[in-house]
Design a protein around this ligand. Structure first.
Ligand code: DUC
Ligand code: ZN
Length: 460
């Protein structure tokens, strides 16, 4: 059975053009003016005036993750179902062994969590929160298992590595052609500020959360890892980058000749830190994530950097908790589980606040959500582009079908969205996963057919 999507604008990282798309099985067979074949073996779908994007890739999700004595609201089933509704046909989640465990154990655990449950395709990054000869030896097994990207933390005692191990690990990864993402926040000073805020009687204020973790402590960690990477001669990825000061550190490293890839997330582009000063605990706590949401000025700096290609990817850091879970921190802000739902709303938010508001072109959106993550994480050109021979992962975006985001209508088990009441410009009409209609006007019609993706090395 073949399908023709007729009359849409095919968007790429360079431009968009009116073209029909002929899907044959799970691949794109042809782009251009396609003549329908025999009516009994070709279905024609009218997508006149819609934009056709390559399926979005969310390279930063946390499904079924234990955090703060609880587990994220979304597991791989609800999380990938939500992803598909948002036009995301591939997620890359962070496999996360505990200190003292092997990488192989972490990988096995993540396969057990994900295999057979996913509604969209999926891969894993591997978290490195321990460093020794055994882990170094395991790196080759990770590449053989299709894992070419890793993550290290500069904060959280349970995850933190000392500088000498960050350096050694970066060298070992670079030697093998791997890339590593970093969560950049200074651990020690944040702990000291938390103690100060509690001593001042501010332990139950949600606004203590951003005050404990100011932008300068993210920028300090960005600066430190960039200098360690300079010494190790290693490329780095800075995940969930939030602010102007960090961007200045990145610009300085690039001017020294370093390779730095930068990710940001919709919450840092569209929201500002006033959300933490809402007197309603439930509302304020629902925005707690690390790093915290910054100022309007920081958001404008991120948009500018995204437009200029200085920020390459927009993923979500989807790490969802219900309001009931956030209640755990009503008396102590450090016990509010950190993380926001986002996998389901990213495409419409970036289209609305970016493309429709003329902060970003269609091609820029395509690069940030599809093409660049595919190249950075070794999925290109199977994913990330609508081209002959690529997987037929397609988002049909109707720019005229505005709607209002409502948490209660989303598939995520979080039960809310940080963008409640947000009026979108246009919406996702349908989503195809490897040639099969998976979402039709908001309804998930596919099955749990997500495939594990073996990834190649970085090609960005
Ligand atoms: N930040 C969060 O807010 N949640 C999960 C992990 C992270 O880095
Ligand atoms: Zn994260």
């Amino acid at each position: 059975m073949k399908t023709i999507l007729r009359g849409g604008f095919v968007v790429s990282g360079k431009s968009s053009r009116r073209a029909d798309v002929l899907i044959n099985g799970d691949k794109i067979e042809k782009l251009g003016h396609v003549i329908a074949g025999a009516p009994w073996d070709t279905q024609v779908v009218d997508v006149t005036d819609c934009y056709l994007f390559p399926g979005f890739i969310d390279a930063h999700t946390h499904f079924d993750l234990d955090v703060c004595n609880t587990t994220t609201a979304d597991d791989f089933s609800s999380g990938t179902r939500a992803a598909l509704r948002g036009g995301t046909t591939t997620v890359i989640d962070f496999a996360c062994p505990n200190k003292g465990e092997t990488l192989a154990h972490g990988l096995k655990l993540w396969h057990e969590k994900a295999d057979g449950k996913c509604w969209c395709d999926y891969g894993f990054h591997m978290t490195i929160d321990d460093w020794n000869e055994g882990i170094e030896r395991e790196l080759d097994d990770m590449f053989a298992a299709g894992i070419t990207s890793f993550k290290m933390y500069l904060t959280y005692p349970a995850m933190l590595l000392p500088d000498e191990d960050l350096y050694r690990a970066l060298k070992a990864l670079t030697k093998r052609g791997g890339v590593c993402g970093f969560h950049c926040e200074n651990a020690g000073v944040i702990d000291a500020r938390i103690a100060e805020l509690k001593a001042a009687g501010r332990g139950a204020d949600v606004s203590s959360h951003p005050q404990a973790r100011p932008d300068c402590l993210e920028a300090e960690a960005v600066n430190r890892i960039l200098h360690i990477a300079q010494a190790a001669d290693a490329p780095v990825i800075l995940v969930h980058t939030t602010n102007r000061q960090s961007l200045a550190e990145i610009a300085a490293a690039r001017s020294r000749g370093q390779t730095v890839y930068v990710e940001t997330c919709p919450q840092y582009l569209l929201l500002d830190d006033s959300v933490y000063y809402d007197p309603d605990f439930e509302r304020a706590a629902s925005f707690v994530c690390a790093p915290p949401i910054r100022t309007k000025d920081d958001a404008e700096a991120l948009w500018k950097a995204l437009r200029r290609g200085e920020v390459q990817t927009v993923s979500t850091d989807h790490c969802s908790f219900t309001h009931a879970q956030k209640e755990m921190g009503r008396e102590d802000f450090t016990k509010i589980p950190g993380g926001l739902p986002g996998v389901e709303t990213r495409g419409e938010l970036i289209y609305t606040a970016g493309v429709a508001q003329k902060r970003l072109g269609l091609a820029g959106m395509c690069r940030a959500l599809s093409e660049n993550p595919a190249k950075l994480y070794g999925l290109y050109p199977r994913k990330g582009v609508l081209a002959e021979g690529s997987d037929a992962d397609i988002v049909v975006y109707d720019p005229n079908a505005d709607h209002v985001l409502r948490g209660a209508e989303l598939a995520s088990k979080a039960g809310y969205t940080p963008f409640e009441g947000f009026k979108t410009s246009g919406s996702i009409r349908s989503v195809y996963l490897r040639g099969v209609l998976a979402v039709d006007r908001g309804e998930v019609v596919g099955g749990q057919n997500g495939q594990y993706l073996m990834r190649e090395k970085c090609m960005l």
